[in-house]
Ligand binder design. Structure first.
Ligand code: SF4
Length: 402
């Protein structure tokens, strides 16, 4: 399928919208009262620090809503205003934040139901409005919706579209796209749908395995079993790793994406020689600015003498999880929570350790002077961060409510 031509024709269709509907001002007011926080403004003005009792909060200098998310949420609100009576659907959580998604549900914006991991588009009828979330939708989903005669409101972040364009360039040159990402993350599912041949690597270790296979060969069956579900149909590691291009999920760890890019560049140079490199390797930087800024700010805050770190964001939010990883690497006790209600009475916190299920930690806030670092993922509204800070301050006086 010519995915590029399909996207172009979809974008020219009258039932496709990727700009707002002219209700920006009303929506800005609603968003301000729903998501913004005066406490966070105060914190920003106070060099990202605030002290109450024996607890000092130090915020990362870049955190929370990125413009791509803000834009997507605003467009969803505008869509409701513009289509007050139509059925409105979203193909997925618009962003990975429970409170934002709840707000949308309260406005009668429905999520496409999922059964056994498969979306049931039979609920959508001709004339319904369907919003594509900030991390995009697969080309097959767009095709289905287009064929059904839906109105499509596309909030895909331009940074994500940039990765799709990169993958299209690989395809044009018959390169295999090596995508640094999570094979079941919606953004990577969407990105891979634009590729012809692709292989998804989760981390540097997996990339090393692939690089080693390129240089020295190996057990083909083992390779295919290891990357099950993470490659295109018919992918053959012996045939499809001769020309490769790098792409990524925009919210992966920036340093890791860069290391993976360099690893494959070295690998192809070693295998084919420097003068043949361009015939075998392509790489473009597709980490989004917001992800970079939040990770850079995390490096900054982790240099402070923190006693602990609280990372706020949806548990399925990739960029939030990476912020958590950075704290772990620095051996700083860190707590990933998605909302203030995770901070429980009697100095307890319900949090999600990396790669594990939720657990409750007793006595999480130490006695005496404490410096608490805080950051939040790109899909977390300031209001949620404010509620968390208020609860932390309240915790020390044991006044927190269940
Ligand atoms: S994190 Fe980056 S790619 Fe994702 S929505 Fe925000 S700006 Fe766009």
């Amino acid at each position: 399928m010519d995915t590029k031509a399909f996207r172009r024709s979809l974008q020219q269709s009258e039932s496709y919208h990727r700009k707002g509907f002219g209700h920006q001002e009303e929506v800005a007011n609603v968003m301000q009262s729903a998501y913004q926080s005066s406490l966070i403004q105060e914190l920003r003005a106070n060099n990202y620090m605030m002290k109450r009792g024996h607890v000092t909060i130090k915020m990362a200098q870049s955190f929370g809503f990125c413009w791509g998310v803000e834009r997507a949420v605003a467009m969803a609100y505008e869509t409701r205003q513009h289509f007050p009576t139509e059925n409105i659907w979203i193909t997925n959580e618009i962003i990975h934040n429970p409170s934002v998604n709840q707000h949308l549900k309260n406005m009668n914006v429905e999520f496409i139901p999922v059964e056994n991991g498969i979306k049931d588009f039979s609920v959508v009828n001709s004339g319904d409005v369907v919003i594509l979330p900030a991390f995009g939708a697969s080309v097959q989903e767009m095709q289905t919706l287009n064929e059904k005669g839906c109105k499509i409101v596309d909030t895909t972040c331009p940074w994500v579209s940039k990765v799709w364009n990169t993958v299209e360039k690989h395809k044009k040159r018959d390169y295999t796209s090596i995508i640094h990402g999570k094979y079941n993350h919606e953004e990577t599912v969407a990105t891979s749908s634009f590729a012809d041949k692709y292989l998804i690597v989760l981390n540097y270790q997996q990339a090393e395995y692939v690089a080693n296979y390129i240089l020295n060969g190996g057990n083909r069956e083992e390779f295919l079993a290891k990357f099950k579900k993470a490659y295109s149909q018919g992918f053959d590691p012996d045939q499809d790793l001769i020309q490769i291009g790098i792409a990524n999920q925009t919210t992966m760890l920036k340093t890791e994406t860069e290391q993976i890019g360099k690893l494959f560049e070295r690998t192809m140079m070693k295998k084919y020689g420097p003068d043949q490199l361009n015939q075998h390797f392509q790489s473009f930087n597709t980490i989004c600015d917001a992800t970079q800024e939040r990770q850079d700010a995390m490096i900054g805050i982790l240099d402070e003498p923190l006693d602990l770190m609280v990372v706020i964001g949806g548990f399925n939010s990739s960029n939030t999880t990476h912020l958590q990883e950075m704290a772990i690497e620095k051996d700083i006790p860190s707590y990933h929570i998605d909302c203030a209600e995770r901070i429980l009475p009697d100095n307890r916190i319900e949090h999600k350790p990396l790669g594990k299920s939720l657990e409750i930690q007793d006595n999480w806030l130490p006695d005496g002077e404490v410096l608490v670092g805080i950051t939040s993922g790109a899909s977390t509204p300031d209001k949620v961060v404010e509620e968390v800070i208020q609860r932390i301050f309240a915790q020390q006086f044991s006044t927190v409510q269940a």
